[in-house]
Design a protein around this ligand. Sequence first.
Ligand SMILES: [Zn+2]
Length: 269
Amino acid sequence: MEARDFPVADGVLVPLLQSATIPASFRHGFSTRAGGVSPAPYHSLNLGSKWGDSAENVAENRRRLLAASGARAMVRVSQKHGTHVVRVAAGDDPETVKGMEADGLCSNQAGLGLSVHVADCVPVLIADPRTGACAALHAGWRGTVAGVALAGVKALAEGFGCRPEDLRVALGPCIGPCCFDVGAEVVAAFEAAWPGAHAADIVVETPGFQPRIDLRQCLRLQFQAAGVLPAHIDVSADCTSCDPAGRFYSFRHSGRLTGQSVGFIVVPD
Ligand SMILES: [Zn+2]
């Protein structure tokens, strides 16, 4: 994925990571810590309101993200580590959508931005160039095991007639298999959800170390199983926990959550 700087008001640049797999007509991006106003430990583009940062700073950061996105409005949901995907229709009040418990949004309303908030979880963006519909999903380990990827593909099919073979999928920065140590109960959950999780490199076992999970590998295989073409799935290599430049928020790395990034996609005009 490529980093591009987007000018926002007062000459400030907001860098966004973008996927070449998502067609250019869908403005989209994965934010980093850069380009915002929050002081340490939230520095600087914290887009989450629950972690102790001031409401004013988060509001300014959200204004900057909205300006960088080019969307007329940006909607989000109340994330629960589940699989519910909200279909956002014309006239839906963003404040109402924000209160809905879900881990994904889909829409075909021109100019509307769909966003998910993440630190170590996977932000997933899906675009359908045939119908113009798109979706954003939040996939932590619980949502991944529960099948949020398939839920996203189904929501697009049922809502807008999308076909899996047309979909373009981008999996953004998240905690990588380099850092995502887990306990036996998480390994068991992945083995139950995906027989052959070890052979498929979803569960990574190294003698002398705790087992680790590759969330993006699991999601990639789930999207393929749902009919998405392998060539249409773009997977970031960035790890939020051990990124050498410290570009991302990470609960694992910080020992506490000091902010959240956003993955967003905008319905074409
Ligand atoms: Zn790592």
